[in-house]
Design a protein around this ligand. Sequence first.
Ligand code: F6R
Length: 610
Amino acid sequence: MCGIVGFVGARDGVSILLEGLKRLEYRGYDSAGIAVVGEQQELQVVRCQGKIAALEERLQRHPLAGATGIAHTRWATHGKPSDDNAHPHRSGPFVVVHNGIIENYADLKSALEQEGCAFSSETDTEVIVKLVEREWNLGKDYLQCVVDTLRQLRGSYAVVFLNEKRPHELIAARKESPLILGLGRGEYFLASDVPAILPYTREVVYLDDGDIVCASREGFVIESLDRGRREPNIHQIDWNPVMAEKAGYKHFMLKEIYEQPRAVIDTFRSALDFDKVQVCLPDLRLSKGQIADIEKVFLIACGTSYHAGLTAKYMIENMCKIPVEVDLASEFRYRAPLMTDRTLLIVISQSGETADTRAALQEGLDKGALCRAIVNVVGSTLARMSSGVIYTHAGPEIGVASTKAFTTQLVALYLLSLQLAYSLGRMPQEELSIHIRELLEIPGKMEAVLSGCAKVEDWARQYMHAKDFLYLARGILYPIALEGALKLKEISYIHAEGYAAGEMKHGPIALIDEDMPVVVLMQRGALYEKILSNVQEVRARGGQIIALIERESDAKVGGEDDQLVLPEASPWLSPLLFTLPLQLLAYHIAALRGTDVDQPRNLAKSVTVE
Ligand code: F6R
């Protein structure tokens, strides 16, 4: 969703703002813009529909210079992508950039129009800057103008204001949309997300809902809407700028796929006590007593993170013998879910900012559930709202299609499962030790899969023109089939569906013909013979089989060219291995089709509006 960057200092603000926007490109956008106060203290704004490259072209024709400024990438909500709807929006001496949705903008707009205000965009954002100017014309102090404007808004916002009359100052505020303040020496940064400011500082203050920050070269203060001051909590970011770069890969997504063995190690390393051979998740803040009382677990998330939750249901129910419900965050709060103080509600999110997931967590908090989060971004909103957290250590994920965040979520959920089962006395130490040993072997097996995946590129060439794909699996691999289909859809724009293989005969088998590639995930064990029958059913109808199997001896599945043999792993960890060829298949098909792999059309990395 929209990306915001702000800079106040003595350096060339334009290049810092543009670089920041580029580092937020992964969030998804359709237009971009920038505003700075120039040397003659005049406000200059350049904005346009399209990519940042289009903005740069415009800047060559209308060069800007100035130290203090704001910049924005817009993901359209109110009003189509166009030059006029691009941010920053201006009124008098003020400009604003905004991420979020102002729900009462129509009422505010018509009241302003009745007062004679003219609007030049279809956005909800423009009312914000008009309101500030109206307050200013009443003779109020600048900060009070912003406060009195924000008090009139309903909805969500992260906003940064620049005022021509106060050229060395930025005012920013947030409510339910992410915004961080980066601290430099005599300079400050505002941004929607950490990668934008990584080259300049790793000291960050995560703004809370209701915070208003006033930053100038001399320093910054944080106040609330009632004008009370708050002391900032300064966080040290342990990501480095190189982690947010492509490092020679053609796309971020490809780099992130290959980073997975490392990300998985980083995620379990800090959660294992190697001397005692135990899992330790101190940040989760769940006491033995609380664990003993748990009657039900809810796992709530969106998209790929939801698929991680679906996978974990198999682990937790099997190891801990506690019922688990997995819900889409966007549905959860609207179905009046039943919760008590003996319900453990876990939200799963890469960004920690997804609006639906946040609302689901709020529902859990309101109903008194034990609320915890599994998130990748340290200090993100979900992490701060929850009473405890497990961090995945995937590092910055820039490709819009989630890859390493997913596999590290699977590891975090596996660790959670082990911790709960052991603490409940449902997993003896010897069994725990075996599970931990199997986990330690997984990164090596992931490396082996990634280096033995050449065949996947051949499949991509063979099937890149297919119109539809089917992904079939059973048991714990069923959510991985859903994830494989989602990856293909979002980056290659090919229609794909994931199905529990046993469901095929209840409908989807009607789709099978010689043009339909069917990817089958075949795990050894009780369901193997059953899924083999499903494969024969597809074959009998002319479907093209692509099989991922666990052992060479399973060659009877199909011809040598149609199958990829993966290393065997425990049933709970094999999803980590099966996921990798599916990510690569989607990647190579998308790359061959020439789509925008890292920023697929219409998608946003961090979905901060409902
Ligand atoms: C798919 C994808 C999305 C996200 C979803 C949730 O590749 O990236 O489906 O998984 O938007 O995002 P987070 O995990 O940030 O809450």
